[in-house]
Design a protein around this ligand. Structure first.
Ligand SMILES: Cc1cc2nc3c(=O)[nH]c(=O)nc-3n(C[C@H](O)[C@H](O)[C@H](O)COP(=O)(O)O)c2cc1C
Length: 255
């Protein structure tokens, strides 16, 4: 049993290599009972600010896992900042006994930092690193991937920067431009119902936004942009092995 959260498909791609039918966290979160039993249970999720997305934290807090092997695979694009150690701490807080946490470098979908057209060209050795992870899981290896003092310092620096910003700063990250044609792609890829088409135009509703950027990356008009400068506002990303339909199936909260 493997659960996943994804904005642009990297984490879904990894989850699909582990099991043929991974379970979407945004979809399973709609259930009342979050108790799961399996011989092996895992979570694949992206790293946001060195941690897992808010919804993944909530999922861990609310769920009860009956298993004797629990693992997490965290996809990141540039600097994991000790994500494995932070995820271990989260598991401890949630009473989840975790056997294995690893990180895997993939395309970085953080639009302010990276030009997606350039990211797509970089060989991040995903297949090679994924094979190692698959082999570890097959052997039920016990390991939390290494975290250095440099990683910890990077995370502390990030926290210091964040503490000087308003608490809800990321809730106001998205803006819809006049190029929006109201096609509704954004509301179908949103895992938290945070964007809706109203009177033919997309409207972003702050509050529960996961900042996964699924809407911005999937918009066919590139009409969803950020309120802070982007590396390349014309470049957008989706993992090459994952279809738009799969992102919609993973995330769509419309009934
Ligand atoms: C809000 C946000 C924050 C991110 N923070 C980090 C980060 O701290 N370190 C990093 O290396 N990558 C970061 N990334 C990049 C993603 O972790 C990476 O691209 C991930 O593989 C995306 O997974 P997905 O395609 O399943 O959504 C961030 C991306 C977003 C959208």
């Amino acid at each position: 049993m493997v659960f996943y959260f994804t904005g642009t498909g990297n984490s879904l791609y990894i989850a699909k290599q582990i099991e043929r039918e991974p379970i979407s966290i945004p979809q399973i979160m709609q259930r009342e009972c979050l108790e799961f039993t399996a011989e092996r249970i895992g979570i694949v999720a992206p790293v946001y600010g060195h941690e897992v997305p808010t919804m993944v934290k909530e999922f861990l807090r609310k769920s009860v896992f009956y298993t004797n092997y629990f693992y997490m695979i965290l996809t990141y694009g540039n600097r994991h900042g000790g994500a494995a150690e932070l995820a271990k701490k989260l598991c401890d807080e949630c009473g989840v006994s975790v056997n294995y946490i690893n990180v895997i470098l993939m395309a970085d979908n953080w639009l302010p930092g990276f030009d997606m057209d350039e990211q797509k060209k970089i060989d991040k050795k995903v297949e090679e690193n994924m094979d190692k992870i698959l082999s570890d899981l097959a052997k039920r290896k016990n390991m939390i991937s290494e975290v250095t003092d440099i990683d910890r310092a990077a995370h502390q620096q990030f926290l210091d920067r964040m503490s000087q910003m308003p608490a809800d700063v990321w809730q106001h990250l998205l803006r819809v431009t006049e190029n929006c044609v109201g096609c509704g792609t954004c509301e179908k890829v949103c895992p938290s119902s945070s964007i809706h088409v109203v009177d033919g135009k997309a409207v972003h509703i702050p509050g529960n936004c996961q900042t996964c950027l699924a809407c911005a990356h999937a918009c066919p008009q590139k009409a969803i942009q950020l309120t802070i400068p982007e590396a390349n506002p014309d470049a957008r990303y989706r993992n090459e092995h994952i279809s738009l339909h799969e992102i919609m199936e993973s995330n769509c909260q419309l009934s």
